[in-house]
Design a protein around this ligand. Sequence first.
Ligand code: SF4
Length: 257
Amino acid sequence: MIEYQRFLTKGSKPFNPLELAKETEDIVIKDDARKYTAFYCTGVYGGISTGYTVGCCLRCIFCWASPSRDFPEKYGFSVSPEEAYNRLMKNAIKRRVKRVRISGGEPTIGKNHLINLLEHLRKRDVLFILETNGILLGADDSYVNELRRFRNIHIRLCIKAGMEEGFESRTGAKGEFYKLPFIAVGRLVKTKIDFHVAAMTDKRIISKEERKKMLKELAKVGYNDWIEEETIAPYDMTIKRMRSAGMKLFNTLSQSD
Ligand code: SF4
């Protein structure tokens, strides 16, 4: 039996992110309920009601998500789409915010859960922000079409690398899958869904050459718009993951070691 992929270590072997998505789905999805760790409002996007999901199909070394990303069987509680909707709206109303999202893991894992949640939200005057790594939107050609039915959605697709080698060393997934997020961007461009691209382009881990290649790949699939460029933030979880993978970017942990 193949062991479930945890955080990266120096000796980690590259994995297939689509297989990891399936294995993760088997752990975090039961019928159409999904595991979450918490629901609350945060200040990003000018205030947004957020549900924090469990589970992802990548293992980015710069990821700040809680340990539930690596040990999904140990964390979280199961929530139906209706209950997720109720919790998101309750917090949104309480804090008077007009934006909601699910974050913390990869929200596209568990398609039925996401689509059913969106069905509930479509009757409300709120914007749903879908933050995704684009792996499943690139692999499943029907996914983007299903999302385009919803008018109150904005997608933030985050590109992790512009080259196979960078993708493999920083996400742990096999390099050959690095194109999937670009394929997803191409689909979003064609379907005219409201979206923008974010990209991890921190100079400390990505070369000028790779950044250039990333922009070239985006242009190739028809994206020439604004890019939200990300840098690595020194969260404790990020520092621990980077150290475990053999990369020392920050000298100390901010709170605890
Ligand atoms: S895709 Fe996002 S949630 Fe998943 S490992 Fe990378 S940074 Fe973390």
